[in-house]
Design a protein around this ligand. Structure first.
Ligand code: BES
Ligand code: MN
Ligand code: ZN
Length: 498
């Protein structure tokens, strides 16, 4: 969708199939004074009769001679937040008033936000959040649907009128033009079934991001052996699909500047291996590469924005399958750091691939910061439901920066502890560490396992198992892949380089 901001144009002169007019609850002013008499009369009528009162996410459609007008309720002005605006925007763009009926262009008036000084001083303008929610909600995954015969045209352009002249508007437009499409890009990768999103295909997708500032290097099984990444390789042994260890370098900053390492769990299908998962719900394990997809989305957005920092993304891609050569429970492997791991459950494979990915990033890049994103544990949703990313790490300042980004994007993180006592939970009888803790603390012992491969680099682990895929529609995110992590980390990176 193309988004334009136009200034100094009257409401009557705007040519669009739909005009979107937001109202706060019980609004008595007259920001939309420039409307033609017919439209003004209709609006006055629905307001007088209380057919439309401006309640949060309330919608009313008016047909006028000049076109369609959608009145949108914002709710009480004093209750408006960035997130509530995203939700209203989402509701409008997903509504039947904007879908179908040959609605190709829409115009949104931001006059009321300006008049009531809504969200003055926030990172972006009120109109921005409204549009962000709208664009996110418009995402659809149609790759496997036969095109319908009379499929209605979808919205192509959105014109924003009377936007606030905030200093941030250039940044806002860049966000909408690059970060939101990167979220959709990640969502497409995650929604794609595993047979069409193998490690090889994921690697090809990574290569498609190559460019002047982006170098992609794919390590195959042989290369991984030479690196001593036996922990990673142990996960791929039961699969007929070759593993691909994907490394992407982005150079936007000074040559000597240590990069931010983004590590994304990239299990393209997690059957559990020999510790096989139950049949019920196994189909969802195509989304076990959501961390990797988010990492690719971040590289894509960062390079399109030419961010002046360096990044390295590491995606240890493989399937986790129960083949004749699969890793057996009880096997011991050595990771890149030299630590030995007793594999007691082959379904705890995420930490095995991440241990080597983290070790690889430290060995070859000495990163300033490591951020890993992983659909790591079922225990994540037991602890937090589907509302927040579980965050653990070894550096409070780094976690504070992510909390800030989390507040701004509403991709919420919730910090969980990494007590040193958890070390005991992972004591192996025969190796340096085992890959599962006991029955309790599954979320934190998984993170503790990772910490054993990080040593002292500032590091944060984001368990996105409960947020990367929605089983039902959210206010502005349709069910399916959510693309979580892209907006959070992009916000963090943009704040970091300021
Ligand atoms: N990919 C799963 C975690 C997961 C579960 C993600 C549900 C999304 C939804 C991970 O590889 C896994 O299987 N974890 C096990 C670990 C256990 C064996 C210690 C789990 O959480 O059950
Ligand atoms: Mn698993
Ligand atoms: Zn997994």
């Amino acid at each position: 969708m193309e988004i334009r901001i136009v200034e100094n144009i009257s409401l009557t002169d705007i040519k669009a199939d739909v005009l979107i007019l937001p109202f706060t609850e019980d609004y008595k002013g007259s920001v939309y004074a420039g409307l033609d008499d017919e439209t003004a009369g209709l609006i006055k009528h629905v307001l007088d009769t209380k057919e439309f009162t401006g309640k949060h996410t309330e919608l009313t459609l008016l047909h006028t001679k000049t076109g369609r007008v959608v009145l949108v309720g914002l709710g009480k002005a004093e209750q408006l937040t960035a997130e509530r605006l995203r939700r209203v925007g989402g509701k409008v763009f997903i509504s039947k008033y904007l879908k179908g009926h040959e609605v190709i262009s829409a115009a949104l008036s931001a006059a009321i936000f300006k008049e009531l000084r809504i969200l003055d001083g926030a990172q972006h303008s009120a109109a921005f959040y409204f549009v962000e929610g709208g664009v996110l909600s418009s995402y659809e995954f149609r790759r496997y649907k036969r095109p319908e015969k009379d499929q209605p045209q979808s919205l192509k352009t959105l014109t924003v009128l009377d936007a606030a002249q905030s200093d941030n508007s250039a940044d806002s437009m860049k966000w909408l033009d690059t970060v939101i499409p990167a979220v959709s890009f990640a969502r497409d990768l995650v929604n794609t079934p595993s047979s069409d999103m193998t490690p090889t295909i994921l690697a090809e997708t990574a290569k498609s991001l190559s460019g002047k500032l982006v170098k992609v290097n794919i390590l195959d099984a042989w290369d991984a052996k030479k690196e001593g990444m036996w922990s990673y390789l142990s996960v791929s042994k039961g699969s007929a699909e070759p593993p691909k260890f994907i490394v992407i370098e982005y150079y936007g900053g000074p040559v000597k500047m240590p990069p931010v390492a983004i590590i994304g769990k990239s299990i393209t299908f997690d059957s559990g291996g020999l510790s096989l998962k139950p049949a019920d719900g196994m189909e969802k394990m195509k989304y076990d590469m959501a961390g990797g997809a988010a990492a690719l989305g971040i590289i894509k957005a960062a390079s399109e924005l030419s961010l002046d920092i360096n990044l390295v993304a590491v995606l240890p891609a493989t399937e986790n399958m129960p083949g004749g050569n699969a890793t057996r429970p009880g096997d011991v492997v050595t990771a890149i750091t030299g630590k030995t791991i007793e594999i007691l459950n082959t379904d705890a494979e995420g930490r095995l691939v991440l241990a080597d990915a983290i070790g690889y990033a430290i060995k070859h890049y000495k990163p300033a910061v490591i951020i890993d994103m992983a659909t790591l544990t079922g225990a994540c949703s037991i602890a937090l439901g589907n509302e927040a990313i579980a965050m653990m790490g070894n550096n409070e300042a780094l976690m504070d920066e992510l909390k800030k980004a989390s507040k701004e994007t509403y991709e919420r993180v919730w910090q969980m502890p990494l007590y040193e006592e958890y070390k005991d939970y992972l004591k192996s009888d025969i190796a340096d560490i085992k890959n599962i803790g006991g029955r309790t603390g599954g979320l934190v012992t998984a993170a503790y396992f990772l910490s054993e491969f990080v040593t002292d680099t500032p590091w944060v682990h984001l368990d996105i198992a409960s947020t990367a895929f929605a089983d039902k529609d959210k206010p502005y995110i349709r069910k399916g892949a959510t693309g979580i992590g892209v907006r959070l980390i992009m916000n963090y990176l943009l704040n970091r380089h300021d």
